[in-house]
Design a protein around this ligand. Structure first.
Ligand SMILES: Nc1ncnc2c1ncn2[C@@H]1O[C@H](COP(=O)(O)OP(=O)(O)OP(=O)(O)O)[C@@H](O)[C@H]1O
Ligand SMILES: Cc1ncc(COP(=O)(O)O)c(N)n1
Length: 259
């Protein structure tokens, strides 16, 4: 069985973070492992608290995983501080990790900030150059490219800028668009659109975590990047279409819709 590791934060409400990643990896057919960067006390309404692990303890978790069950792919989600980002980068280089998917988590759907401003610089300098693919939503792509994105042409331009600056593929996600849900993959100088019909479901807590973990699962199984994104897009669209409606705010997806 192929294996995947998520390095991310825990979401006590189970819709995003480590919990979404593990549910996604299992339902996409790979063995799931985790290294937790922070505990969040969180629900569909907001983030009530964050408790970061120490860099040493994060390093220990990553060592424990790599020294026993080597992951075929690694997904990185919420990492809130510069020190934790440096720890992850050092370990990924040390273990020559492959198939690295970086979801540059900055703000939760509920509006809470999940990364410090310093850490955004570290994310750019240390993690993006290691990424097979980085998966920003539109506000994140604006931060990474320092440009405003107001059209499909802007999505292409920003993705190209990020890809060239950090030498990685870029999936610019269109979930924040009003009329469609089209995602753009820019890789090795070429781009491809993944078209999605906008689903009338306001329960989108964890969509970014879920998409990036599905991509990592497909890469772990040996699919190329474009097919990995295509299959991940189909998975997230189906999970959203299941119309699960839990909690008072933006609720989670049904990760196990076809079980
Ligand atoms: N209402 C929707 N209908 C169809 N697809 C959607 C919808 N909302 C998001 N998506 C899809 O979900 C995936 C995640 O995109 P999105 O832009 O929401 O990421 P995100 O903002 O990082 O997610 P998160 O909610 O975890 O912060 C993309 O494939 C996007 O197209
Ligand atoms: C621990 C953790 N990681 C990531 C997210 C982003 O997901 P979303 O923007 O869907 O809330 C989150 N809310 N919590």
């Amino acid at each position: 069985m192929k294996t995947a590791l998520t390095i991310a934060g825990s979401d006590s409400s189970g819709g995003a973070g480590i919990q979404a990643d593990i549910k996604t990896m299992i339902t996409n057919g790979v063995y799931a492992m985790s290294a937790i960067t922070a505990l969040t006390a969180q629900n569909t309404v907001g983030v009530q608290g964050v408790l970061e692990v120490t860099p040493d303890f994060l390093a220990m978790q990553i060592d424990s995983v790599f020294n026993d069950i080597r992951p075929d792919a690694v997904k990185i989600g919420m990492v809130s501080s510069t020190e934790l980002i440096s720890t992850i980068a050092d370990k990924l280089i040390h273990y020559k990790a492959e198939n690295i998917v970086v979801d540059p988590v900055m703000v939760a759907t509920s509006g809470s900030k999940l990364i410090t401003d310093d850490a955004i610089s570290a994310l750019k300098e240390k993690l993006l150059p290691l990424a097979t693919v980085v998966t920003p939503n539109i506000p994140e792509a604006e931060v990474l490219s320092s440009m405003k994105i107001e059209s499909a042409a802007d999505m292409i331009k920003a993705a190209e800028m990020i890809s060239k600056a950090y030498n990685c593929a870029v999936l610019c996600k269109g979930g924040h668009n009003m009329n469609d849900a089209n995602d753009l993959l820019y890789s090795s100088g070429e781009y491809r659109w993944f078209y999605g019909k906008r689903i009338g479901n306001s329960n989108t807590h964890g969509t970014g975590c879920t998409l990036s973990s599905a991509i990592a699962s497909n890469l772990a199984k040996g699919e190329d990047l474009s097919i990995s994104v295509e299959k991940a897009k189909n998975y997230i669209s189906a999970a959203l279409s299941d119309m699960l409606d839990l909690g008072a705010g933006s609720g989670p997806l049904n990760h196990a819709f076809d079980l």
